[in-house]
Design a protein around this ligand. Structure first.
Ligand code: ZN
Length: 278
C-alpha cells in the first residue's frame, strides 16, 4: 500500500542540519510532507515554544524529538546530571508538541565493561523520567539500536529488550512509555515480525523510522540509504507495522554524508520519490 506524503515526517538529520530550523520547517512543509522530527542541537534554550508554534503554523506534526542524553555514567553525580538534562529536553519536547521524546539510552560508561550495570542504569534513568513525562503528556520512546552500537550509543539492542524494559518500568502498560522502531537497527532480527506484533498488542509503538541498509556499507553511522536503495524489505515491515495497529507518521531518518551534501530542496525531492519504496 503506498504511503501518502502527508503521512511521512522528515527527521532533520536527513537534511544534515544545513539550514536554520525555521527554514527547514518551511522547506519540509513546502515539499508536502506531514511532519518533522527536530534535534536538540537545532533548538536554542527557551526557543522550543516559538518553534513549536512555527511548526504548527506550517501544518506539520512533530513525530519525535531527538534525542535523550545517554543515561549510564561513571559517577552518581553524572547520572543525576544526565537525568536532569533529559528532564529539560522533555519540557522542550512538550513545548514543541512532540508526539514522543526519543530515548537513545547510552552504552558503557567510560572504563566500564559491566553491561548489565549499564542496562540497570538505563532502566533507573527512564523510570526517573516517567512522572514528568506523564505530567507533560509526552511519551518516552525507547529506540533499540543495532548491537554494533552497544558499547558507545545504546545497550538496548532489540525490540524485545526494549519491550521487556517497558514492562519492567511500566507494568500496567498505561504509562507514557513505548518504543521507536527504526528499520536500520532492527531489520536483521529474526524475531522482528513477532516483536512488532507484540509491541502492537502491548500498545507500545510510538514511532517508525525508515531508511535503508546499503550493502556494502562504508560507514556504520553515516552511510544509510534512502528507501529503495538497499536491502531492507520495507513494504513487508511497513505492512507488519500497520497490521500491528500503528497509524502514525513514517519518519524518514537517513544519516548520510553522501546525501547530506545535496541542497535541501533537491534532497527533499529525492526523499519524496523514495517513499514509493515503502
Ligand atoms: Zn531512528
Amino acid at each position: 500500500m503506498p504511503v501518502p506524503l502527508h503521512k511521512v515526517a522528515i527527521n532533520t538529520a536527513t537534511l544534515g542540519y544545513k539550514l536554520p530550523i525555521r527554514q527547514t520547517v518551511d522547506a519540509i512543509a513546502r515539499a508536502g510532507f506531514g511532519g518533522i522530527a527536530p534535534w536538540r542541537r537545532e533548538i536554542g534554550s527557551g526557543e522550543a515554544s516559538t518553534i513549536g508554534r512555527c511548526i504548527r503554523d506550517a501544518g506539520l506534526r512533530v513525530s519525535g524529538y531527538c534525542r535523550s542524553t545517554y543515561f549510564p555514567a561513571a559517577t552518581p553525580e553524572c547520572r543525576i546530571g544526565n537525568i536532569e538534562d533529559n528532564r529539560q529536553a522533555l519540557r522542550d519536547a512538550a513545548d514543541l508538541g512532540a508526539e514522543c521524546f526519543v530515548l537513545v539510552a547510552g552504552g558503557l560508561p567510560e572504563g566500564s565493561r559491566d553491561l548489565p550495570d549499564a542496562r540497570r542504569q538505563i532502566a533507573d534513568g527512564i523510570a526517573a523520567l516517567m512522572s514528568e513525562a506523564a505530567g507533560l503528556g509526552v511519551a518516552l520512546a525507547i529506540e533499540p539500536l543495532h548491537p554494533m552500537y552497544a558499547a558507545d550509543r545504546s545497550c538496548v539492542n532489540t525490540i524485545e529488550q526494549a519491550l521487556d524494559l517497558c514492562a519492567l518500568i511500566d507494568p500496567s502498560g498505561r504509562g507514557p512509555l513505548g518504543v521507536a522502531i527504526d528499520v536500520y537497527h532492527t531489520w536483521w532480527d529474526p524475531k522482528l515480525p513477532e516483536m512488532i506484533r507484540r509491541a502492537g498488542r502491548e500498545n507500545r509503538i510510538l514511532a517508525y523510522h525508515v531508511n535503508d541498509w546499503l550493502s556494502p556499507t562504508s560507514d556504520l553511522l553515516m552511510d544509510r540509504g534512502l528507501p529503495g536503495e538497499g536491502v531492507i524489505d520495507l513494504p513487508r515491515i511497513g505492512a507488519c507495522i500497520r497490521d500491528a495497529g500503528y497509524h502514525g507518521l513514517f519518519e524518514l531518518e537517513v544519516f548520510s554524508d553522501r546525501l547530506g551534501d545535496l541542497p535541501s530542496n533537491e534532497l527533499l525531492k529525492r526523499c519524496a520519490e523514495s517513499i514509493s519504496a515503502l
